[in-house]
Design a protein around this ligand. Structure first.
Ligand SMILES: [Zn+2]
Length: 492
């Protein structure tokens, strides 16, 4: 392992995007909204600024802070079960009504909108073959006036060990799984979870058995994304919710409005007779925009990229994941700087969509810098990296979220890692998100922190790769399990 320059407290890296800190409610919502639109970003910023934000936010509505913190904590601990049952009951009703009204009761595979397995995958345009046993492609479905699709279903075989759902909608509307129910009737994602005060709108379900994060345009869901859950054979039910988000100011809660949209979704189901894999391979597609004078031709010999790849390999090797094929590609959207990361025609989506037709693997795009002109944090910090989701789409390329972005901006003078080490670390952290890992611990402005749903990741351990600041390099066993469940990470 390399010895990383590790910024500590006073000049720490502060990751904003995926921070689910229990601030007062509006701040929670606003930050969660960031998560929604950008998945996750590493930001270099002075901690003084971040502390100021925390104080002013807390000062704005102290009682709100307490309430929200308490609720959130309850949601992830004791109250989770209760909430789940309540939601389950709600969901059961909804299931009945949905089945009753739209003849979904036919309950045939066609009725569920699912086509069967591998043949569909072969015939689907833009589909990327992955090393999974089954692929279920749903017929396109349109959400109703409540923003919900009819319930869909798919059957998981006895030897399934994990599955990954990808849902894509046109434009930059928000999309999230609306519910997910396992064959025993347990709601892994309760119906209308985004309405629960325990969660953060459609951006993050902290109280769900399977934590999910809504996204703009394309969403991935990995099951299981914690060692506390496992896949059960039988028929799963799910629906999707499409929405828009508007926010009058950073201090007001975002307004979520359902929209009617077409949703295309598929499920990749990994099967294994021998259980979860312990040794796997991840392929990478590295893309060069001309930023840092790097091209597909010169990057393989460039010391910055060589060092970054070595750092990345060392980190993932800790949990049995080897880097397989590395492809070097030029990508040209006329953009070396990413200046918008959400909303119609944003730079991030424009570049990510150029990955269509790529071979399987996680797409990494190197740019000069990443800023978000629409963010209330604009000017607050430097975004070092950003992931297309937690997890990002799988089994398809060319969506608005089909990439991880890494900034080549040198932030070593601002408390960030040195350039050579930093790229690899940022790449590893963002790919961790893309493959399904949440922050091991979020930046906590209040008494309660928010931690990932994996039991063996140490809390507030800044050495962990997925610690919010992005300055760590270690991965727990449980994090390795989650990474190896992702369809992009192929068993050896
Ligand atoms: Zn992160």
């Amino acid at each position: 392992m390399h010895d990383f320059a590790r910024p500590r407290s006073q000049t720490a890296l502060v990751e904003i995007a995926s921070a689910h800190s229990p601030l007062q409610r509006h701040w929670v919502s606003m930050i969660a909204h960031q998560t929604l639109v950008l998945g996750a970003a590493l930001m270099a910023a002075c901690s003084e600024s971040s502390s100021d934000v925390g104080k002013s936010a807390a000062g704005e509505d102290a009682s709100g802070t307490g309430d929200v913190s308490g609720s959130t904590d309850d949601g992830t601990d004791g109250q989770d079960g209760t909430d789940g049952e309540n939601d389950a009951a709600d969901g059961q009703d909804a299931t009945d009504s949905v089945d009753g009204t739209d003849e979904g009761d036919g309950a045939t595979d066609e009725g569920d909108g699912a086509t069967d397995g591998t043949e569909a995958a072969d015939g689907t345009d833009g589909a990327v073959s992955t090393d999974v046993s089954d692929r279920v492609d749903f017929d396109p479905v349109t959400t109703d006036s409540k923003g919900l699709t009819p319930e869909l279903g798919f059957t998981v075989p006895e030897d399934a060990i994990s599955f990954h759902i990808t849902a894509v909608t046109a434009g930059e509307s928000g999309i999230t799984i609306g519910l997910l129910r396992d064959p025993e009737g347990t709601f892994l994602v309760p119906k209308a979870w985004y309405d629960s005060p325990l969660n953060q709108g459609p951006s993050l379900c902290t109280g769900c058995r399977i934590r999910v994060a809504g996204a703009e345009s394309a969403q991935g869901v990995l099951v299981p994304n914690t060692t506390e859950q496992s896949v059960k054979p039988g028929k799963y039910k799910l629906s999707f919710f499409t929405y828009t988000t508007a926010q009058a100011s950073p201090f007001e809660a975002p307004v979520i409005t359902p929209v009617q949209k077409e949703v295309k979704a598929h499920v990749l189901i990994r099967r294994s007779a021998s259980g979860a894999p312990t040794e796997s391979i991840l392929a990478l597609n590295l893309h060069f925009t001309g930023a840092g004078d790097l091209t597909a031709a010169n990057a393989p010999e460039d010391p910055r990229i060589e060092q970054a790849l070595q750092t990345f390999k060392d980190i993932y090797a800790q949990r049995g994941i080897a880097v397989g094929e590395v492809r070097y590609k030029d990508i040209d959207a006329g953009l070396k700087k990413i200046e918008s990361i959400s909303g119609p025609g944003n730079d991030l989506a424009t570049v990510a969509r150029l990955t269509e037709g790529n071979e399987e693997g996680v797409n990494v795009i190197f740019v000069d810098s990443i800023t978000d002109s629409s963010s209330p944090f604009a000017g607050f910090g430097v975004i070092l990296g950003i992931a297309g989701g937690i997890p990002g789409p799988a089994g398809v390329q060319g969506t608005a979220k089909s990439a991880v972005f890494v900034s080549l901006q040198d932030v070593s003078g601002q408390g960030g890692p040195s350039a050579e080490v930093g790229f690899g670390q940022v790449m590893a952290h963002e790919c961790g998100h893309y493959l399904g890992l949440y922050h091991s611990s979020e930046l906590s402005f209040g008494p309660q922190g928010i931690h990932d749903p994996i039991p063996d990741t140490a809390e507030n351990d800044m050495d962990n790769l997925m610690y919010y600041s992005g300055a760590g390099t270690t991965l727990s066993d449980g994090q390795g399990f989650v990474l190896r469940n992702n369809p992009w990470v192929v068993p050896k």
